[in-house]
Write a protein that binds this ligand. Structure first.
Ligand code: MG
Length: 203
């Protein structure tokens, strides 16, 4: 399986990092070795002094497809979850300055904690889903899918023009504003419509 992630998909987050608002989705990938499941602790890597949390809604691809029409794209995912797109912001900033790819900042081991999945039918409106990340009991990031710049269907249609989507692939759909540094000892709790799905420590 592969993990596709969308950058700059919430306007307020685009602003906080002084990036231009994209006209097409910004995508990057993480390998399967980035996955961190079952609320296992995240061990802070030594190569970065500025690992940022990015809470995101994650889609699980339910069947293979390429050149998917946006009109039918909703048929390609049945479940959603919460994930964290851990980012070594110090490394990313250096690479952005030089125009280099982001993999070292985004694709490292355990950089993609993921919760259990919930059926999308559980949500009355997929474009009015609240989610938040609390650190040590304080809400740091709060988002609602109504603020997505590119919808889930648009992302699936766009990505599948270039890359075949396969059953089980994951799509991280972007983070709202409020990203920031994590420290050893932090407890991260992620909520989807008030239901706690993520609860793990940074060690
Ligand atoms: Mg992200």
């Amino acid at each position: 399986m592969k993990i596709i992630a969308i950058g700059r998909n919430y306007a307020e987050h685009v602003k906080e990092l002084n990036n231009p608002v994209p006209t097409t989705p910004v995508i990057f990938m993480k390998p399967d070795t980035a996955l961190l499941k079952d609320n296992k602790p995240f061990y802070h890597p030594e190569f970065s002094q500025d690992i940022h949390h990015e809470i995101e809604i994650v889609l699980k691809v339910s069947k293979e497809g390429k050149h998917i029409n946006e009109k039918f794209a909703s048929n390609y995912f049945e479940e959603i979850a919460l994930g964290v797109d851990f980012t070594a912001r110090d490394i990313q900033s250096k690479h952005k300055e030089k125009g280099l790819p982001w993999e070292l900042a985004k694709a490292f081991d355990n950089s993609a904690p993921i919760s259990t999945f919930l059926p999308k039918d559980k949500f009355a409106d997929l474009y009015n889903v609240n989610f938040n990340l609390d650190i040590n009991g304080e809400t740091r990031q709060k988002g609602n899918t109504k603020d997505l710049l590119f919808s889930f269907e648009r992302i699936i249609a766009f990505v599948s023009q270039y890359i075949t989507l396969k059953k089980g692939d994951l799509i991280f759909t972007g983070t709202p504003e409020g990203v920031g540094k994590v420290a050893v000892g932090d407890r991260l709790e992620g909520f989807l419509e008030g239901e706690k799905l993520l609860d793990f420590y940074v060690k």
